[in-house]
Structures are given as structure tokens and as C-alpha cells.
Design a protein around this ligand. Sequence first.
Ligand code: HEC
Ligand code: HEC
Ligand code: HEC
Ligand code: HEC
Length: 210
Amino acid sequence: MLGTGAKIHIASTKQALVIVFFTLLTASKSYADLAGSAHDFTRFAGMTQNICIICHTPHNANTTVPNSPLWNHAVTSATFTPYQGTLHATPGQPTGISKLCYSCHDGTVAIDSYGGQVGTWYLADSLGTNLNNHHPLSFVYDSQLAVADGSLFDPDSHLTPLGGTIAQDLLRGGRMECVSCHDVHNRYNNPGLLRIRNTYSALCLTCHDM
Ligand code: HEC
Ligand code: HEC
Ligand code: HEC
Ligand code: HEC
């Protein structure tokens, strides 16, 4: 579905390079389900050029978030209300990949603010900047936390339905993030971009030993 390069209008050499770069990347089957998903921005007027460019660029990427994948989108500078549950973990402000997600989903940055341009189209139904009404994230989830909590699986030894351990399949640098539950590229083709389909709470029960 992504092999539609021929239809894309090539406006400049820079854009052509971008397209070539991503055509190489998209040769892998694993991105096929991005097309047609909630993150297929080509369905919106004025964003038809390229499915990847809103989030990634091969050149001059935004490096303000460590380990971000060649980021091309404006990054949120919002201050979030911290999570205040009865946790053993101590989550603070969103970091890492979660900060990249919030760069559209907190509603403070326009979706079409990418590649240096300032956009005008904001998510109508955003998650906002209050972390209290969402699953906690951006904290270390390790064996010690599992022991302290008492009803979490050990992330270094417990296997997920995807085949690896929780740490391998769901954590980023040992941390719990948005992408612990969601796959931004819809590679698993589950409702809600989930990594693991949540039938009978299968996603929740991958980490929670209830
Ligand atoms: C909505 C934003 C968004 C779009 C659109 C998007 N990506 Fe990504 N991409 C991300 C994020 C966020 C990560 C980090 C994901 C993670 O760690 O799970 C990532 C990671 C990657 C990586 C690093 C390896 C990996 O899979 O984690 C590659 C390669 C990549 N994307 C390629 C692409 C290509 C090619 C396209 C277009 C077909 C694309 N992306 C579209 C946001 C996006
Ligand atoms: C990738 C692993 C993982 C997945 C998947 C996951 N959780 Fe969690 N969850 C955690 C960790 C780690 C904590 C922090 C526990 C602690 O600090 O004691 C947590 C905390 C919680 C808490 C405690 C909040 C509080 O304030 O005490 C609830 C409730 C919860 N998760 C529900 C869910 C539900 C519902 C799902 C499925 C939609 C889910 N979790 C999926 C890892 C996960
Ligand atoms: C460039 C902006 C942008 C970024 C970055 C982004 N999203 Fe989205 N996301 C959207 C838009 C737009 C929608 C569709 C909203 C709609 O149609 O109302 C969406 C929808 C979703 C949905 C709902 C899927 C469904 O089927 O209903 C999930 C889940 C989601 N995003 C998770 C993430 C996660 C996780 C990240 C980071 C890894 C992320 N998003 C990064 C713009 C973004
Ligand atoms: C613990 C697992 C978990 C984490 C962490 C998580 N989500 Fe979700 N999210 C879910 C589940 C489960 C759904 C419901 C999906 C469905 O059934 O369609 C969902 C739904 C959504 C939706 C659809 C609209 C809505 O509000 O229901 C969006 C957008 C979304 N998540 C974005 C994010 C973003 C962005 C992050 C990080 C800031 C994140 N999620 C973190 C599990 C999670």
C-alpha cells in the first residue's frame, strides 16, 4: 500500500530525497499497516505528500529529545500535571518517546507543525496535559519495581504474547512509555494501534499479575 511513490508530486530535490529515503525504508513489510491507520496523515487535505514526513526526516532532525528517531515534528514544551496515584514508581514529566507522542496528543502543538513550519490544525480530542487520568508512564519498570508492587511480572523474565520479555518487547531503555502499549506504526494492526490486542484485558495482564 505504501508503494505509491509514483503518485507523489515531487516538488523539490529535497523532497525527492526524502521520498527516496523513505521508499527504501518502507520496502519492509512491517510498515504496510500504517497506511489507512489513524496515523496515515495522507488522508488529510494539504498533507498528501508523504506518510512518514510529519514525524521523520532524513536530514536536520530535531534532536532535543534523546534517542528520538530522526524527528521532524515540533516538540511540546508544555508543563504537565504529575501523576499522583498510589505508585511504587515515581513518574515525573513525560520523557523520551512519550514526549514525542504528546507533541500532537497534548493538544498544545499543531499536527501540521513539522519540518520547521508552524501549523494551525490541533487535535480536537487531545489527552491534555494532566497525567492523572492516564496510565502512568515515563518511569523505570524493572525487577525491583515488580517486587515492590507485588502484582507485576518481572520485566526481565516474563514473556509477552509477542515472543520476547516485557523489557524487550514493551519497554524503551527499561522505561514504561506510550509505546509500551501502542505501536505508532500500527505494525500489529490491532484496534487503537495496540501492540497486543486487549481482548479479556490481555494487554493489561501482560504486565499485571492479577
Ligand atoms: C505519527 C508519527 C510517526 C509516523 C507517521 C511515522 N513514524 Fe516512524 N517512528 C515514530 C516514533 C514515535 C518512533 C519510535 C517508536 C518506538 O520506539 O516504538 C518511530 C520509529 C521509527 C523507526 C525506528 C525503528 C522503530 O521501528 O522503532 C523507523 C525506521 C521509522 N520510525 C520509520 C518510519 C517510516 C518509514 C514511516 C512512514 C512509512 C514512519 N516511520 C512513520 C513516529 C512516526
Ligand atoms: C508494559 C507493562 C504494563 C502494561 C501493558 C499495563 N501496565 Fe498498568 N502499570 C504498569 C506499571 C509498571 C505500573 C506501576 C506500578 C507501581 O508503581 O507499583 C502500572 C500501574 C497501573 C495501575 C496503578 C495506578 C495507581 O495509581 O496505583 C493501574 C490501575 C494499572 N496500571 C492498570 C493497567 C491497565 C488497566 C492496563 C491495560 C489497559 C495496564 N495497566 C497495562 C505496567 C503496565
Ligand atoms: C504528528 C502528530 C502525531 C504524533 C506525533 C502522534 N500522533 Fe497519535 N494520532 C494523531 C492523529 C491526528 C490521530 C487521529 C485522531 C483522529 O482521527 O481524531 C492519532 C491517533 C492516535 C491513536 C488512536 C488510534 C485509533 O485507532 O483510534 C492512538 C492510540 C495514538 N494516536 C497513539 C500515539 C502514540 C503512542 C504516539 C507516539 C508514539 C503518537 N500517537 C504520536 C497524531 C499524532
Ligand atoms: C498501559 C497501556 C497504555 C499506555 C501506557 C497508553 N495507552 Fe493509549 N490506550 C490504551 C488502550 C488499551 C486504549 C483503548 C484502545 C482501544 O480499545 O481502541 C488506548 C487508547 C488511546 C487513544 C484513543 C483515544 C482515547 O482517548 O481512548 C489514544 C489517542 C491514545 N491511547 C494515545 C496514547 C498516548 C499518546 C499515550 C502516551 C502519552 C498512551 N496512549 C499511553 C493503552 C495505553
